[in-house]
Design a protein. Structure first.
Length: 324
């Protein structure tokens, strides 16, 4: 079966860690291409090759040839930072990856981890499909869309084979601290022994489609083993949920008697301009046979458990978290 040797770019980050674990657990030989070791390394069937910051196409090509990858999963990227950082991490990296693959005699397929932020604001409360026109509202969404466009253009030209998985708002164990729930979790940990804990957030008057990071990893496994997946696939639970209600549930699960204070001036989330977003899941269910397994309560409970086990610094690094 093709796809039994996989390279994971950004395999030390939030999603990359779970993807690596699921692939290796399925008997696949995984090589993590990263600037740092994944948490809990070494793992069975997993190797690590160091990459420099901003690797050139030649460097990436050499690394892929050395590990003999049949599929490359790109889970690397930046969710915040200045324009140069975002372009370097989200756009130039994937363009160099495409060039690297095109230069190899045996071209590995690509599974690019995209983002729901690429869709941007949509009229009304309509679930977005893979054919929905994209209109990203911020730098993160624009750079992720540019990466998707680079992959799709290379597929159309026959330079590579592959697919883009557009991931909606991942949560669960190892959630990035710069996400809404990661920010709340970090504050709860730091204040859990204080007499009057206070959690401050931006406005929580939004609805999002959340999906467990482990469900995302299972979708990646299916895409890796699929010879010809659809070019773009939504990965979500297919349900718009109040962010405020989810934050309150996390506070309740934590057992910390914290007061919640919403301050709109603190709004800095990469998709703060979106009031409501939900994914349509017809393509992923029909073509990959994928369905989410983890409920939101389990995701929140496991998020908190992971946070308390590892302390306040419990997320993937900012350069390799790749969580929408």
């Amino acid at each position: 079966m093709r796809g039994e040797r996989v390279a994971v770019l950004g395999g030390a980050g939030c999603l990359g860690t779970h993807i690596t674990r699921v692939l290796a657990g399925a008997g696949i030989d995984v090589t993590v291409l990263s600037r740092r070791l994944p948490p809990g390394f070494p793992q069975a069937r997993t190797a690590v090759q160091a990459l420099p910051p901003g690797p050139s196409a030649a460097v990436v090509s050499e690394a892929l040839a050395e590990c003999g990858a049949e599929v490359v999963v790109n889970a690397a990227g930046a969710t915040q930072g200045d324009a140069r950082t975002m372009v370097q991490s989200n756009v130039r990296l994937i363009r160099n990856l495409v060039r690297a693959i095109a230069a190899l005699p045996n071209r590995p397929r690509v599974v690019q981890i995209g983002s729901a932020a690429e869709y941007g604001a949509q009229p009304g409360r309509t679930a977005v499909t893979e054919l929905t026109a994209c209109s990203p509202v911020g730098l993160y969404g624009r750079t992720k869309l540019a990466a998707t466009d680079a992959v799709l253009e290379a597929i159309r030209e026959g330079a590579i084979q592959g697919a883009v998985l557009r991931v909606f708002n991942p949560i669960g164990p190892v959630t990035p601290v710069n996400s809404v729930l990661g920010t709340v979790g970090t504050q709860l940990i730091r204040q859990r022994y204080l007499p009057n804990p206070l959690v401050e957030t931006g406005s929580l008057d939004t609805y999002r489609d959340f999906v467990d990071v482990r469900d995302v990893a299972s979708a990646v496994l299916l895409a890796v083993r699929h010879e010809a997946p659809p070019p773009v696939v939504n990965i979500a639970r297919g349900e718009a949920v109040s962010v405020r209600s989810l934050v309150r549930r996390l506070v309740q699960i934590s057992g910390v008697p914290a007061r919640l204070l919403e301050r709109p001036v603190l709004n800095q989330h990469r998709s703060q301009g979106l009031a409501w977003q939900q994914a349509a899941l017809g393509v992923v269910q029909l073509e990959l046979g994928w369905h989410p397994r983890y409920g939101l309560h389990t995701s929140l409970h496991d998020l908190w458990t992971a946070a308390t086990e590892t302390g306040a610094e419990w997320a993937g690094g900012a350069d390799e978290v790749e969580c929408s």
